[in-house]
Write a protein that binds this ligand. Sequence first.
Ligand code: ADP
Ligand code: MG
Length: 228
Amino acid sequence: QEDSMLQSDKLSILGQLAAGIVHEIRNPLTSLKGFIQLMKSDKTYNSEYLRIIETEMEQIDAITKELMIFAKPSDPKFQSCTLQSIFHSCMRLLEGQFFQKRIKIVTDMEDELIRIVCDEQRLRQVFLNLMKNALEAMDHPGKISITIKRKNNEGMFAITDEGSGIPKEMIGKLGQPFLTTKRNGNGLGLMMCYKIVEEHNGRIEVESKEGKGTTFRVFLPLKKVDMK
Ligand code: ADP
Ligand code: MG
C-alpha cells in the first residue's frame, strides 16, 4: 500500500501538511516574541530564563523554516553551473568544522568542468547536507573522500566517509521525514536531498557498511550541449 505511492506524491502531501503546520506555529510564535520583548524591559523577570525561552523559540523558528522548503510550491531557478563550483562553495562553509574535527578532505576531481543545469542554491543544500552527515557520522579523526566525475551523460558527486555506517534495515527508509538517529537531528536533511535531486531528474545511490563507512552518490544529467 505505502510503496505504491510515488516518492514525489508523498512529498507533495507532506508539503501541504508542512505548510499548514508552519502557518499554525509561526503565528503564535510571533505573538510570543512580542511578549518576550516586553518582559525583557521589565526587571521583575529573570533575564536568564527569558534568554533560555528566546533560544528555544529560535530553535522552533529554525525548524519551521526548514519545513517551509517543502511547503512552498517548488519553482526552482534553473541556470548553468558546474559541480566543481557548487562543491567549492560548500567546502568554504564547512572547512572550519572539518578542521576542528581533524577530518581531512581528499578530492578526486575531473579536470574538465562538469556543467549541469540546476538551481544552484538548492543543489548546494544537497551537497551541504551530505557533507554534514558525513562529518557527523565520524566520531574520530579521519578522511572524507569527494569524487566529482563525468559518467556517460551524467555528472557524479560522490562522498565517502569513515563513519558509523548505516544499518541495513535503515537504508531503504532513507529520505523519510523525521528519520534520525541523532540527539539533535531532525531527519529532514536527506528527505530534502531526495526531493531536490528528483526535481533535477537525477538520482541518489547509497552504499554503506556498519562500522566502516558510507558512500552517497548523486547523479545529475549533464547540460544538453555537453551530452554525447
Ligand atoms: P539528521 O542528520 O538530522 O539526522 P538526515 O535526513 O540528514 O537527518 O539523516 C537521517 C539519518 O540517516 C541520520 O540520522 C543517520 O542515522 C543516517 N545517516 C545519514 N547520512 C549518514 C552517514 N553519512 N553516515 C551514517 N549515517 C547517516
Ligand atoms: Mg543531516
